[in-house]
Design a protein around this ligand. Structure first.
Ligand code: SF4
Ligand code: SF4
Length: 326
């Protein structure tokens, strides 16, 4: 695997050289309470979740893990290839792996991420538990996956540092320094769904994500358009299922990129009262591997041709929010 260094973009150059002001994201939630408008709500969630044994167990382990996100770098450089890093990530339990460069537009205001590359890793949730949403069992499962994914990222970063290269983990629970989703999309792990979560070709919306940033020279993967988000233009499943109507069919300009955005002012009150909700994740048809395969095949086939009868039928089903396997 080639590890040709990627030239600096203008954005990166200005960020690295002058720390010039950029339009960077602000914390919305899962951040120091004093830094967010809904800090009191976050504290109330924390108090309530202390009575949920499994969720509390995993969130406590996550909180303790924050001390291990970074650590000393071995003084002597040892050769380390991209294939070795990928193999280690998969051995540790990651289900997917991709590489991009750190994009300062997706680093939170006031934070510095000095490393050059971002490794995105993904881990899937158990659909049987997500299907119960909104429920405590669903939140337990989300917390379990956040914990396990955080451990994979921490161990992968330690593995890279042991070879003499700076590397630090960015935990999936808590806002950290950097937005994970745009980097995971840029690294080819999936596409942005209307519900604000990544659509993964195998695990649909059930994939959760973490990052490791590093100065180990890596080859970048780049985003992949498999037509997954194309379905969002016709599907209304998450939009219709969202109890407070927080999911919009209209894309908006967010810091220079036109994309779907969830209205957090509507989502959060319901989310906080209903064990972290996840209804929009539950109803996403991409969670069904057979469904995904069928649509992908049709997407490929219909390039340059009028839509087939089966594609029209599928579109009608998506429109109605039906999520049974085809
Ligand atoms: S988590 Fe629940 S409330 Fe929030 S966008 Fe999804 S369905 Fe709507
Ligand atoms: S439920 Fe439908 S509209 Fe929502 S993200 Fe999934 S495919 Fe897109």
């Amino acid at each position: 695997m080639s590890t040709t260094p990627v030239p600096l973009t203008d954005y990166e150059a200005s960020y690295r050289d002058a720390r010039s002001p950029l339009e960077q994201p602000e914390y919305v939630f899962w951040a120091p309470p004093a830094r967010i408008p809904r800090g009191a709500d976050q504290n109330r969630w924390k108090e309530r979740s202390a009575n949920w044994p499994i969720s509390y167990h995993y969130s406590s382990l996550c909180a303790a893990a924050y001390e291990r996100l970074n650590g000393p770098v071995a003084p002597t450089l040892r050769p380390l290839t991209q294939d070795q890093v990928r193999a280690m990530a998969l051995e540790l339990g990651a289900r997917d792996f991709g590489v991009t460069t750190v994009d300062p537009r997706h680093v939170f205001r006031g934070c510095i991420v000095a490393e050059r590359y971002a490794i995105a890793i993904g881990l899937d949730e158990n659909p049987a538990e997500i299907d119960k949403a909104p429920a405590l069992e669903t939140n337990d499962e989300v917390m379990r996956v956040y914990y396990e994914l955080g451990e994979i990222a921490i161990k992968l970063a330690a593995f890279i540092r042991a070879h003499g290269y700076p590397a630090r983990a960015h935990h999936p629970l808590g806002s950290g320094d950097i937005l994970i989703i745009p980097h995971a999309i840029a690294a080819g792990l999936g596409e942005l769904g209307k519900h604000g979560s990544v659509l993964h070709a195998t695990h649909g919306a059930l994939v959760r994500l973490a990052l490791v940033t590093t100065d180990l020279e890596l080859a970048v993967d780049g985003p992949r358009d498999r037509g997954l988000a194309d379905v969002c233009t016709r599907c209304k499943a998450c939009e219709r299922a969202c109890p407070p109507g927080a999911i919009s069919n209209e894309k908006q300009d967010v810091r220079g990129s036109v994309r779907y955005i969830v209205d957090f002012e509507r989502c959060l009150p319901y989310f906080l009262e209903n064990y972290g909700c996840a209804i929009c994740i539950k109803v996403c048809p991409w969670n069904k591997p057979n469904f995904a395969r069928a649509v992908l095949q049709q997407y490929a086939e219909r390039q340059g041709r009028p839509p087939s009868e089966s594609t029209r039928r599928l579109s009608a089903e998506l429109e109605a929010g039906i999520r049974d396997d085809p």
